[in-house]
Each structure stands twice: as C-alpha cells, then as structure tokens.
Design a protein around this ligand. Structure first.
Ligand code: SIN
Length: 385
C-alpha cells in the first residue's frame, strides 16, 4: 500500500515538475515513522524482479589468476545484474574471494588515510597531527574507567579521504598540480573489474573514500568533475549496508532504491555515468553479510605468493572489524582524463553539480568542531534541506 502511495506520489510530482528525487530521499532518510523498505531492490536475494535485467561481462578479459591476485573470484562466478531503464549500470554482488576482503577494509581504514593522501582532518589539523591516524587511534580508549566517553579518535572523525588527483570540494574540480600517486593495489583491482565489465585500458586516477556512521547520509549529486565521461565510475562498499538511490538526468526523475551490502560493487558507465544518485540511509548489514567478521585474517593464509592482497594481522583486524560493525566505507574510483587529455588552464568548467540544493555533496555547513566545511556524510542532517 505504502509503495503504491509512493509510486502515485512520484507520478503526480513528475507531472507537476517537482523535485521527486528529493522527496524520495527524505522518505528513505526519515526516522519516525521509518519508511517502507519493501520497494528496495536487494540483488543479494536473487529474487526475480521486473526491474533487474541480465548484465554481460567479458570473462576472458581477466584470467582466474589475475582475479585472485586482487582477491576476486573468477569472473564467470560473479553475480552481475543490470537495471531496466539504466543502460550502463552494472551491479556486482560481492565478488570477493572468501578472506580477501579484510585486506581491502584495512587499506581503507589504515593505509589510504595515510599521507600523502588528503582527508577531512587536514582541513583543520597540521600534517604532523594527521600523519598517523591509525596509530593515534588504535591505542586510544573509547571509554574512561568512569564510563564517560573519551573524545573521538581520529579514525572515528575520519569522513573522507581523496587519492590520486585530489578532489577539491570547494571548486569541485581536480587539477594537475594536486596529485599524489594513486595506490597501485587499488589501481590493479579497478583495472580488473573494469576490464571484466568491457572497459579495457581503464586508468584509475582519482579515488574518494566516504566513511559513514549509522546516521550518515550522502546528498543528491552527479559525478561530473572528471574530464572524460566515457570512462566508468566504480564504487565499492564495505561494512554496514546502504540504501542507494539511482535517479535520472533530471531531479524530477523518480529514483530506484537498492541495497548496497558489504563487498558489493557498482559500475556507472555509458548512459548511467552522469545520473543523479545519493545515499539517504545506512542500514544494518543483514545476517550472513557480516561473515566478514569471522573470516578475519585466518583466510588469507591461503593466498598465493604473488597476490596484491596481503595477510591482515589479528591486531589490525580487531580494529577493522569493530569499525565496520557500526559503520560503512564507500570507495569510488574514477578516471579523470581521457587518453592524451590534459587539464585546461582554468578547470572551473568541470564541476560536480548539486543543482537546487542549499547543502551540497561534501559541502555541508561549518563543522562545529573546526569551522571548516565537512563531508555531508558527517552528519545525519547535512542533506536534510
Ligand atoms: C556511496 O556511498 O555508495 C556513493 C558514493 C558517491 O556517490 O560518491
């Protein structure tokens, strides 16, 4: 009934030209009363839906050995889906080999936040203070002996990290002289996935990590700052689940809601590369999707010598596993420049839009703590306009 009401409301708003995406975003974000989730597509359930269509991969593009090197199952075993009405959108339901994910989670929490990469904490702290986020965090206690909460650790305050060409949240651009080497392991992972999806020669040049708490959300936006939109955008999810909304090229287009669970990947390419999307809500990972907690580091002992994926120590895994029990990490990887392309002298024409929003993606109100701009993931209310 509620879904019928939602569909009816969406169609009348389309007719009136209203911002349907925003309305639906607010419904999924709402706490009281909670929304009806029955319309949310769950690719992991394998439930047939008239919205889900087959997606084709190129299994020959990546050998089983190459896939295993980055911790992926053989491509022929991946569960891959498309969505009716969204050509170029590809959803891959957790294609990781058992035991390889702890490595990627640890990279997101321990390695990628390290210098020379840039994070939200750099906006108001000195480089020496943000040098060892992991070390400074893991040795701190969250609670005092009296039971009072200690100030948040740096890891708990981490909201975003940028890699490669560092995205500038203020100008919404990348530029040639704000670049540090893109992580080789993540480059290889991205190259294998995009090759299997029919995009040989992908060059991972920029990455954005978003760290979500249970009350975080991410505003409606289009990723268009990259100069070459013919190259796909890749998205990886770890930890708790998200409701992901995929809209159209207009804010009046009603978005499709889907779950992104731990280990899931998305590829936005072709006609789906420049669509509005958002994350209105983080939801607890369903039973079984948290197997990751048990896999821990034992798994990786079976890894071959030449793998990129390395063993995660029990100590590191204890921290990672605690973190993802209540949080979500999303990692998007982008190719910024086409082959032979260079940045223009003034890059201002290539922007990430938030049309019609008073509060934009990663462009939220001043952070109470530091007076600087922060990620919209930073608060449950930053996108609630
Ligand atoms: C997500 O967290 O799933 C989306 C991230 C993004 O759109 O940048």
């Amino acid at each position: 009934m509620v879904c019928y009401v939602m569909a009816k409301m969406a169609s009348s708003m389309v007719e009136s030209g209203e911002d349907v995406f925003r309305k639906i975003f607010k419904i999924y974000k709402r706490r009281n009363p909670p929304p009806d989730f029955s319309d949310v597509i769950d690719f992991s359930k394998g439930v047939p839906s008239d919205k889900i269509v087959a997606a084709k991969l190129d299994p020959a593009a990546v050998s089983d050995v190459e896939a295993a090197r980055v911790g992926l199952q053989p491509v022929r075993d991946w569960k891959v889906f498309g969505l009716r009405g969204y050509p170029g959108f590809i959803f891959i339901s957790n294609p990781f080999l058992p035991g390889s994910q702890p490595f990627w989670v640890r990279q997101c929490l321990k390695t990628y936040p390290q210098k020379p990469n840039v994070c939200n904490l750099d906006m108001h702290m000195s480089p020496s203070d943000t040098q060892d986020i992991w070390d400074k965090s893991v040795h701190g206690n969250s609670f005092t002996p009296s039971g009072k909460r200690e100030p948040k650790t740096l890891l708990e305050r981490l909201r975003w990290v940028t890699l490669g060409y560092h995205y500038n949240w203020d100008t919404k651009t990348y530029c040639a002289n704000h670049y540090t080497p893109f992580p080789a392991d993540l480059h290889l992972l991205s190259v294998q996935i995009t090759a299997a999806c029919g995009f040989p020669g992908f060059n991972a040049e920029a990455g954005i990590l978003n760290y979500y708490r249970s009350d975080s959300s991410l505003g409606i936006h289009v990723d268009e700052s990259e100069l070459d939109h013919s190259r796909p955008l890749l998205s990886f999810s770890f930890g708790q689940s998200a409701i992901f909304l995929l809209g159209g090229i207009h804010r009046q287009d009603p978005p499709t809601a889907m779950y992104m669970h731990n280990g899931d990947m998305m590829v936005m390419s072709g006609q789906s590369r420049l669509l509005y999307h958002a994350v209105p809500r983080i939801v607890p990972a369903p039973q079984g999707h948290t197997a990751l907690e048990m896999e821990g580091c034992s798994l990786a002992s079976s890894l071959q010598d030449r793998t990129v994926v390395k063993l995660v120590s029990e100590e590191d895994w204890a921290v990672c596993s605690r973190y993802i029990q209540s949080s979500r990490v999303n990692l998007t990887v982008r190719q910024v420049l086409g082959p032979g392309q260079r940045f223009p002298e003034t890059p201002s024409s290539h922007q990430r839009t938030n049309a019609g929003w008073t509060v934009g993606y990663h462009d939220g109100p001043a952070d109470g703590e530091n007076g600087k701009r922060r990620s919209s993931c930073d608060s449950g209310d930053t996108v609630d306009t």
